[in-house]
Design a protein around this ligand. Structure first.
Ligand code: FES
Length: 89
């Protein structure tokens, strides 16, 4: 299963396969995606979900409020649907 991820505000799109993190998919397709640690610790990749569902093997450390606001850790997140992610405030 493959899902499409669209990034805002750049409108860049890439595909993510089941079992692949959103960040890995982006880097494999040479999409410049902010990142550093790739293990959910530095928050460099943090962005907000506008549409879609993600899942985690290990839930990242987000407060309920942050989760409600849609913050996701793409280096840890697996797509469960097509996604729209934003780096805008
Ligand atoms: S790259 Fe560090 S938290 Fe995602």
């Amino acid at each position: 299963m493959t899902y499409t991820v669209r990034l805002l505000p750049s409108n860049i799109q890439f595909e993510v396969e089941k079992g692949q993190t959103v960040l890995d998919a982006a880097l494999n397709q040479h999409v410049s995606f902010p990142h550093r640690c790739q293990v959910g610790a530095c928050a460099a990749c943090l962005c907000r979900k506008v549409e879609g569902e993600v899942s985690y093997h290990l839930e990242p450390m987000l407060t309920e409020r942050e989760q409600a606001e849609g913050w996701v850790f793409p280096c840890q997140a697996f797509a469960e649907s097509h996604l729209v992610l934003t780096f805008e405030e």
